[in-house]
Design a protein around this ligand. Structure first.
Ligand code: FRU
Length: 324
């Protein structure tokens, strides 16, 4: 299946030139309560623009919004701080947006989403959800299915036996729960595989590297690493390389960086799974809402693709401009 990242090249290249210029609400030229003449205000609250996957997220959602002349789009980055994101959303609501898009840092952002809904502002959640169903629609990858696929791959790769260290993402972000639960669902089919529940390393490379350094010092045996994203998989790899640990099976998620695909081609990482970008579909849904159309379904799950040494070359051909 050809990865559907057409056009991403120009978007990411533009981002590369100008960095990921995430427009903040203040930059939109509008002040509280007003928008550019006759434009519908659509605002986006982003969890953390520092992550490589989110830099592609920001570039692709801004490019999709720029194509819609009837909307005024602005976004803000919560820098991974749930309480900061709550404040940013409350400030956004003062401007009475027609649609609010949110990629929540974690569950702590739920009260702001409830507030928007109580004020009649439709909320489209992107990539991460919150508990309950008090939101208009969700667009993102099927994290549980990605976890299941990663577990099945791991079980087969290990020949049904061995020990896997699982390095987890942000504890109360729902992709973390789902990527863990899905993985365990598949691993339970391999009774001779044990899983060590590793630390929450926040989806961050540096935290995962530090955690892996400590884990290696314990001398505990393991045969593989399953990291909830590629950044943490690379962090673990770097710690293992520094310690002279023999090569192990290492599986991550995102597949948005050239560095990761190159590491797979070299055999240093074993596999990753695409975590599909939800931004363009989110803008499409916002346009439908503006046209008075309710989303056909509440949860829109986007497909994933496994990348290994077998298909890495083709994946690069299909995605010539991955983030560096
Ligand atoms: C970026 C990120 C990705 C991961 C996603 C999960 O912030 O950590 O690496 O796939 O969030 O929501």
């Amino acid at each position: 299946m050809r990865a559907r990242w057409f056009g991403l090249g120009l978007i990411v290249a533009a981002m590369g030139l100008g960095g990921c210029a995430s427009k903040s609400a203040d930059d939109s030229g509008g002040s509280a309560g007003t928008t550019q003449k006759d434009k519908a205000l659509v605002l986006f609250s982003q969890a953390n623009s520092q992550d490589p996957w989110r830099q592609v997220f920001d570039a692709t959602i801004q490019a999709a919004a720029a194509k819609e002349s009837v909307i005024e789009f602005a976004m803000q980055d919560a820098q991974g701080d749930g309480m900061k994101q709550v404040g940013q959303i409350e400030t956004f609501l003062v401007r009475r947006p027609k649609v609010l898009l949110v990629s929540p840092t974690d569950e702590s952002v739920k009260p702001a989403i409830d507030k928007a809904m109580s004020e009649g502002v439709p909320v489209i959640l992107l990539d991460r959800g919150v508990s309950g169903d008090n939101w208009t629609a969700y667009v993102g990858g099927d994290n549980k299915e990605i976890g299941r696929a990663a577990g099945q791959f791991m079980g087969e790769k290990l020949g049904g036996k061995g020990t896997v260290l699982m390095i987890r993402g942000i504890a109360n972000a729902d992709p973390t729960r789902d990527r863990g639960d899905g993985f365990m669902e598949s691993i339970r089919k391999f009774p001779d595989i044990q899983v060590i529940e590793g630390d929450d390393c926040g989806y961050e490379r540096a935290k995962a590297q530090t955690y892996m350094e400590r884990f290696l010092q314990t001398g505990q045996g393991f045969d593989a690493v399953y990291a909830h994203n590629d950044e943490m998989a690379i962090g673990a790899l770097r710690a293992m390389q520094a310690a002279g640990t023999p090569k192990k099976v290492i599986v991550g998620i995102d597949a948005c960086q050239l560095e990761v695909i190159n590491l797979i081609q070299q055999g240093d990482l074993t596999a990753t799974f695409t975590y599909p970008q939800p931004g363009p579909k989110g803008i499409e849904l916002a346009m439908e809402l503006l046209a008075g159309k309710k989303p056909a379904e509440k949860r829109i799950l986007l497909p994933t693709e496994r990348i290994t040494q077998e298909n890495a070359d083709q994946f690069l051909k299909d995605n010539p401009n991955l983030a560096k």
